[in-house]
Every structure is written in structure tokens, then in C-alpha cells.
Design a protein around this ligand. Sequence first.
Ligand code: 13P
Ligand code: SF4
Length: 338
Amino acid sequence: MIDATELQPAGVDRFPVRAPIPPARLDALSRDILALKKKLNAVILAHNYQVPEIQDIADFVGDSLGLAQQAARTKADVIVFCGVDFMAETAKILNPDKIVVLPDKDAGCSLEESCPAGKLAELQQTNPNFWTIAYINCSAAVKALSDVICTSGNAVRIVNAAPKDRDILFVPDENLGSWVTEQTGRKMTLWRGACYVHVEWTHGAITRIRREFPDAPVVAHPECTRAVRMLADEVCSTEKMVEWCRRTQSKQIIIATEAGMLHRLKKECPDKEFIPAPTDNCRCNECKFMKMNTLEKLHDCMKNLAPRIELPKALLDRARLPIERMLEISARPLENAG
Ligand code: 13P
Ligand code: SF4
């Protein structure tokens, strides 16, 4: 099986090991996927946390913002979304007439789970002056209740562009929200959600790895806690990590985000060594939801055109507005970004 193995125990290696797909099977699957892509006029979009063999066959690999931008401009008839459900839903919201498939329909997200739409609606009723900014890691129903969406790649810009006379309600990631407040000085009411992967990194574990590699800078995702972010040389989205690592003179870089990112970074910067930041329990950290997608499931979802993302029209229409608002703010020249 493709995804049968676990992370190696602490101390053995710094990288997760998965049973490799036998070369003949990999070739056959890849050939079939490319043929199906042509036949369906499909585009394969993959998040930076996907397994290497999916990243390697995708048309575009990127962060949530890049993937949403690609989905907004694609001419393909079918969008094959290798990521988690809220990302595929975003693609569907932007393309209600296209078929959007996701290799594993159970690929969710702990942040999305932390913020049920009913509870958000209740909180919104307590203050009619709320301007709700929802991190893209939320359900379509939460998007539909929001004024604007953001990703980790544009959250600072989106908050800076918020009307000054409104009280910002930022959902669902408390850590991203507190980082944005540090960056912008804008006070916000924060929903108390968290990414179960990124909160695993601790001040102690990062301090220990820094001691082991004293010359290596630390790059961390803003979903990490403040205790970890304050030890980082750079805090940014997964795509900005690629840019930062390309530019830095350092040859070794410690990466505090989901382990799939290492494959992308190694491809983009082959002359550098990427050290996964350990947690207190393991040598690196994976998102179980992101890792539900495999090359086999990617193949099957294209062959069967299922599982498909289907959402009620009224929800699609209501959720589109805040996503389009985000894309419009992100496309503004920087001096007019607000
Ligand atoms: P990025 O948008 O930075 O890729 O983050 C998505 C995500 O789910 C992080 O856990
Ligand atoms: Fe959600 Fe965290 Fe997985 Fe990203 S890494 S998809 S935020 S659970």
C-alpha cells in the first residue's frame, strides 16, 4: 500500500518514511492520470503538504492563496483538488459549474471543525459592528457568514484593508489571529480554534533543535503558537517559505510546518538542507487529513469523477462574495493594499 507506514520513532531519522510505490505501479498510475487529465480537460491542483508523488504530477503546487487564485482563473472543465475539503470547496464556490473532485472526501481540518457556523452566527449577533474575517480553513457555511476571507499568505493585508470603524472578528485560528495583531496593531476578537498539527511545536523543542543547528534559521508557519513564533527568524505561509528559503544565504534551514513542505522545498532549493522542526514527541509532524490523499485515490477520483464537491446554490452564491473580496484585495498593487 502507498500510505501504510508511520513516522519513524524519535531519534532514528528526521524524515518520515513511507513505503515507496513500486516503480512499475507508479509509472502505470502516472500514465493513467495524465491520460485521464487530457480526456477530462482537467487541472490537478495540489497543496504543499501533499505526498511527493501527488506534488510531482500536479499542474500547480502551492499554498491556499495560490491554489484559490489558480482555481479562479482555470479554463479546465474538471478541477482535481489534492488538498483538504475546505480548499476543494473554495474551488467549487469559485467555479459552481465545474466538476470539482477531491481524492478523499474525509480530508478535513481541525480548524474547520473548531468553528461550527451556528456558533459563529450566535457570536456575530452579540455585536452588529463586527467585520468578520475568516481564515480560509473553515467550512463553506462559515465563509457564507463572513465579510472577507484570508489565508496565511495575505492575512496582514486583509486585516489592514478592513474598515477602520468596524470591530474585527477573526475566525477560526487564534494563533494566526494573534500573529496578525502583532503585525498590524489592529485589535481583534479571536475565535479560539487551532491547527492540531502546528500547536505541537513547543518552545522547548525548537530551542533544542536550534542548539543542535546553531547556524540554521527557523522558519515557522503563523499557525504555530506565539512561544514558537518568537523563536523564528521568519513567520510566513508555505509559499512564502519557498521564496524566503531561496533568498537566504543559509545552507541549513529549520522548518516548523507540516512535513510535506520539505519535498517542495528540496525541489525548489536543491542546494540547501531542510531540517524538520521536531515536536516533543516526534522528529517531524504530519497532518493526517492532508495525508489521506494518495496517488491511488487521485487516480480513482479522476476515473470515477467522485467524490465530488456539491453544495447548495444559495450557499455557493453567499460564500463567493467574501472569497472574491479577498482575491480582489490581494490583486491590488501594494501601495493601495490598504
Ligand atoms: P498555507 O496557506 O500557508 O499553505 O497553509 C495552509 C494550511 O492548512 C496550513 O496548515
Ligand atoms: Fe488543517 Fe492543520 Fe491540517 Fe492545515 S495542517 S489542513 S490547518 S489540520
